[in-house]
Structure formats: C-alpha cells, structure tokens
Design a protein around this ligand. Structure first.
Ligand SMILES: Nc1ncnc2c1ncn2[C@@H]1O[C@H](COP(=O)(O)OP(=O)(O)O)[C@@H](O)[C@H]1O
Ligand SMILES: [Mg+2]
Length: 164
C-alpha cells in the first residue's frame, strides 16, 4: 500500500525508508514550516496544508493566493513530468517565504530557460513555469537526470506568527 503524505509537525523527525530526508536543522530554525510528501490525487490536502502554513509563515490575502498558485503549478509538474510524486517544503527565509518542490524524476532539459518565454494565449499548456516566474522574485531551479528541485521565493507581507 502506498504511504499517504503526512504533514511533518514542527520539529519532528520523519524517519521512513522511502521518505526524502528533510534536514531537521532547517525545521528547527523554521518552526512554522512545512515538509510534506505528495502524489497524484492528494493535491487538495497539499493545498490545504500550504494555505495553513503559508499564513503562519507570514502570507495573507493576495500573496497567500500567489503561494497557492505557485505550489499548485510546481506540484502539478512533479505529477505530470517529474515521476509522479515528490515533496514540498515551506519555510521562512528573512523577508521571504520559500516554497521548495522536489522530485526524483527525469529532470528538466534546459532549467535556466524553462518558463522564461511567454506562451501564446491559444496554447493549451506550457505556461506553468512562466506563471511561477511572474510571481517570484527569485526562482532557483536545480535539475539533473536524477531529479528536480525548484525553490520559489515569495515576499512575505507580514511577520511570521509566533508559536503558541
Ligand atoms: N518537475 C519537472 N520534471 C521534469 N520536467 C519538468 C518539470 N517541471 C517542468 N518540466 C518541463 O518543463 C515544461 C514546462 O512546464 P510548464 O511550464 O509547467 O508547462 P506544462 O506543465 O503545461 O507542460 C514541461 O512540459 C516539462 O517538459
Ligand atoms: Mg505545468
């Protein structure tokens, strides 16, 4: 049976033979952050977790909507092009909220150029990464034949919440 994605509680260490390692140190430094595995059919749960943690990390209103668009496009790409399953992390980095999406798929052929050209309005697909770039002041794409990690930096519009 396939393992269901489970949000990783702040500060906890997920030990699983299949799970990609989320560096514990980073979670401890970002106690409101999120580390979650996802797969096809579970995007609703992923989006709910991203919305909740995005708010705690300092996004509200339209910027929170932007985070949901970015996370959805990157996660959809993992499902369609990146091997079907992956992991998503959210964490605060200074004045930014970072959304990192990782897979172990075949990689992107030309990562530096991916999403840099606007796609014709009549095209049915191929604009996801372009949209992500429009919303992101800093987009890091690290891709090789053994996988892709994309990190989108989104400016926070309020301080991160304090832990209860
Ligand atoms: N995680 C990924 N792994 C492998 N290839 C990817 C990944 N994300 C994007 N790509 C490649 O980049 C292309 C552009 O992605 P995108 O702009 O989201 O358009 P679309 O998903 O509609 O094709 C994809 O068609 C695919 O070839
Ligand atoms: Mg796409």
């Amino acid at each position: 049976m396939k393992e269901m994605p489970v949000p990783v509680a702040a500060g906890s260490r997920q030990q699983s033979a299949q799970a990609p390692a989320f560096p514990a140190q980073r979670e401890e430094q970002n106690p409101r952050g999120l580390g979650v595995r996802f797969q096809a059919g579970r995007l609703y749960a992923l989006r709910a977790a991203v919305a909740a943690h995005g708010m705690r990390l300092g996004l509200t209103g339209a910027p929170l909507g932007t985070l949901l668009v970015v996370a959805t496009e990157l996660a959809t790409n993992v499902i369609r092009h990146g091997g079907g399953e992956g992991s998503l992390r959210l964490y605060r980095e200074g004045e930014f909220v970072a959304c990192e999406v990782k897979d172990r798929g075949p990689g992107i052929a030309n990562p530096d150029m991916a999403g840099s050209a606007q796609v014709a309005p009549t095209a049915g697909e191929g604009r996801g990464l372009w949209i992500v770039r429009q919303f992101t002041s800093d987009l890091r794409i690290d891709s090789s034949p053994s996988g892709t990690t994309i990190t989108a930096m989104l400016p926070a519009n309020r301080p991160a919440e304090q832990d209860a």
